[in-house]
Write a protein that binds this ligand. Structure first.
Ligand code: GDP
Length: 295
């Protein structure tokens, strides 16, 4: 995960480790390389610039030049700042209400259906939760089939209504079905499109209004780099969602989305997807991710 970024940051921070005498010039050179590494990883230039400015300020504040181990202190400062940038604390999922409603949003192919299954499985394993999956993609019959396949894999019931082309009505009927049958969490999978468009946004906004979810999650493919951040912004403007799900972190992704999405939309990443299997879901811990990035 993020091998390229890790290598470059390691090299940048080595600049300081290699010097007997640390000067302000060395620090500036190191931070320039850190900034370059972030931009290469698809972090927006301004975010990368602000990041290194903050680290520089802290480094000078903590008198890094006079510290016994300036290299190590810099690694710590960069790690702490990366953690902060990715949200600081781990963010929980709000499952209030009975049933609690979790609404998935995102583009087609981002991993919504897969993640809906993963989350249902994750919650089911907690024993106190009995999840119901609801199929609201009325455009692609294959999407409904896919959710049924996922549901069978994890032994979770799937509510669908193939003849119905009104996703708002299906979502409401799904919640009613949950109430009547003792399910305490409803996970609603919705239709995405290939790019942000008004029809999709109006539809998801209408579903959101109709079922008042306790948790609205935006699912995004981490491989899409800066586009991931732009799409997040577009969805957040309409939905004011509660959290981000970053999928496909097992792939050859550069890491920019993981690092910068929080600072753009001010919403935390809650889970990550690390594979196609139902078990490939992890709670997102900013500090663990920073540890991984900095090796
Ligand atoms: P949707 O259109 O948003 O519902 O997306 P899907 O759930 O159908 O996922 C699109 C493709 O991405 C499928 O082939 C999934 O198996 C794959 N996928 C989803 N999440 C992950 C992940 O975390 N890692 C990998 N490698 N593939 C994933």
């Amino acid at each position: 995960m993020f091998d390229n970024l890790s290598d470059k940051l390691d090299k940048a921070l080595h600049i300081l480790k290699g010097h007997g005498q640390i000067t302000e010039v060395n620090v500036a050179e190191t931070l320039k390389e850190v900034r370059r590494a972030l931009v290469d990883a698809d972090v927006n230039y301004k975010i990368a610039k602000d990041f290194t400015a903050t680290v520089k300020e802290k480094a000078l504040g903590q008198n890094v030049l006079k510290s016994l181990k300036p290299g190590q202190l810099m690694v710590k400062l960069v790690k702490d700042e990366l953690t902060e940038l990715m949200g600081g604390e781990v963010a929980g999922v709000n499952l209030s209400g009975n049933p609690s409603v979790v609404l998935m949003s995102g583009l087609q192919g981002s991993g919504k259906t897969t993640f809906s299954g993963k989350l249902a499985n994750f919650l089911k394993n907690k024993k106190t939760k009995k999840p119901l999956l609801v199929a609201c993609d009325v455009y692609r019959p294959a999407a409904i089939d896919q959710l049924h396949v996922v549901g069978e894999q994890i032994s979770v019931e799937v509510f669908s209504d193939r003849g119905n082309n009104d996703p708002v009505a299906i979502a409401k009927a799904g919640v009613a079905h949950a109430k009547a049958n003792g399910f305490n969490v409803v996970i609603i999978d919705t239709a995405g499109r290939l790019a942000v468009d008004e029809v999709m946004m109006t539809e998801i906004a209408n579903i959101h209004k109709a079922v008042t979810p306790s948790e609205t999650l935006f699912v995004v493919d981490s491989m899409t780099g800066q586009d991931a951040v732009n799409t997040a912004k577009a969805f957040n403007d309409v939905l004011n969602f509660d959290g981000v799900i970053l999928t496909k972190l097992d792939g050859d992704t550069r890491g920019g989305a993981a690092i910068s999405i929080k600072s753009v939309v001010n919403k935390p990443i809650k889970f990550i997807g690390t594979g196609e299997k139902m078990e490939a879901i992890d709670v997102f811990y900013p500090s663990r991710m920073a540890d991984r990035i900095l090796g």
